[in-house]
Design a binder for this molecule. Structure first.
Ligand code: SAH
Length: 368
């Protein structure tokens, strides 16, 4: 069975052409699936009945099944989604005053093994397919609309999800082709029609893939920096041993030439007495001096058996002040959904044993 969620407009056009159908069907189908959010081929009522029936025999519209659906007291909502083979991924919806952001996963597990990340501790399982990536956005919009979610922008006729961040489980640039195809669907006016500024991809720093992204689909870029020098970054973000800071920052500069925003966002997780000292803030200022950037300080979100703890509020504010005094834009990320473990680096359940090297096992549950 073909899953139509796997196709962007170009792939749909090829699919219909192969079936001897008109290529403009691609646009129609895309609109039904991603604007109409239909889950059945039969619902595409402007296709001829015979076409529809033939299509329904070969194709379906299927997002990963929901295993758990939790809403935090602050309105953050998290879906645990079954992607088969006992693997689960998570998508998190974060409503704010003027936008609804969906944090999307790109892989089941992650191979990069950043020292402070719960997903990394689970090891890598596999890349998600296009349907599993875009299916998170499709599902979130459908579920929120079905539940009658109220937000000013929804009342104005916009979809609940106005922004997407590729910041869930996995390293998006390590699943390049599927992530780019899914982002094409996010940007397509016949689908979600999000502007490139409203889609942000976060990477731990896969330098050659940053260059490829710049040509293939230059959305807003966030880079997980986390350390002001190579020695510390080698320990915290092991991919740094392959692509050290000098190369990473050069790639950021190249990216900005084509980026929808004229800066890169550097994420910096605040680890108590590891990377949060005043000297390190000054070192960071010198490091990023030549790169147009904003810094986003992320208070570390703890998980069981981690060796790290969260920097005190005082240390975070002092760190921020050093950056600001040097003329940098530095914000402190608000932790959202912490009562449902929906915060950065906590996704896909709590891992009890940090030496465990596999994705979490699903409990059997009834179909949603
Ligand atoms: N692989 C991508 C996206 C993953 S996570 C990347 O590395 O950018 C999104 C952000 O959450 C990254 O900046 C990541 O470093 C950060 N993060 C991971 N674990 C965290 C934790 N326990 N507390 C706070 N932030 C964390």
């Amino acid at each position: 069975m073909i899953n139509l969620l796997d196709f962007d407009q170009a792939a749909l056009a090829a699919f219909f052409a192969e079936r001897g159908d008109k290529p403009f069907r691609a646009k129609q189908a895309l609109r039904w699936i991603h604007r109409g959010l239909v889950d059945r081929v039969e619902a595409m009522t402007d296709l001829a009945k015979a076409t529809r029936e033939a299509l329904a025999r070969d194709a379906e519209i299927r997002a990963p099944a929901v295993v758990r659906d939790s809403t935090a007291t602050d309105g953050t909502r998290k879906w645990l989604l079954d992607v088969g083979g006992a693997n689960a991924i998570e998508a998190v919806y974060i409503p704010e005053d003027d936008r609804g952001t969906l944090c999307i996963s790109s892989q089941a597990g992650c191979a990069l093994d950043c020292a402070f990340c719960s997903t990394g501790k689970q090891g890598f399982n596999r890349n998600l397919g296009v349907a599993e990536i875009i299916g998170q956005l499709w599902h979130a919009n459908r579920a929120l609309l079905a539940d009658g979610t109220s937000a000013p922008w929804v009342e104005q006729g916009r979809r609940p999800v106005t922004n997407v961040v590729m910041m869930g489980m996995g390293e998006p640039l390590a699943n390049f082709d599927n992530v780019v195809t899914a982002m094409h669907i996010m940007l397509d006016d016949n689908a979600y029609g999000l502007s490139r500024r409203r889609v942000t991809l976060s990477t731990a720093g896969l330098v050659p893939a940053i260059d490829r992204l710049r040509d293939a689909c230059p959305v807003a870029l966030a880079v997980s920096l986390h350390a002001p020098n190579d020695t510390l970054r080698d320990a915290l973000v092991p991919i740094n041993r392959k692509y050290p800071l000098r190369e990473l920052l050069a790639a950021c500069l190249r990216y900005i030439e084509k980026a929808p925003r004229d800066f890169v966002t550097f994420e910096y997780v605040m680890l108590d007495h590891v990377n949060d000292a005043p000297d390190q803030a000054r070192e960071l200022v010198a490091l990023v001096r030549d790169v147009p950037c904003k810094l986003n300080l992320i208070p570390f979100n703890p998980f069981p058996n981690t060796e790290f703890s969260t920097s005190s509020r005082n240390r975070i504010v002092a760190f921020q002040k050093t950056l600001q005094d040097a003329g940098l834009v530095a914000t402190i990320r608000k932790t959202r959904g912490d009562d449902i473990d929906a915060a950065c680096g906590q996704l896909a359940g709590r891992v009890q044993d940090k030496t465990r090297r596999r994705a979490i096992k699903l409990q059997p549950v009834a179909a949603p």
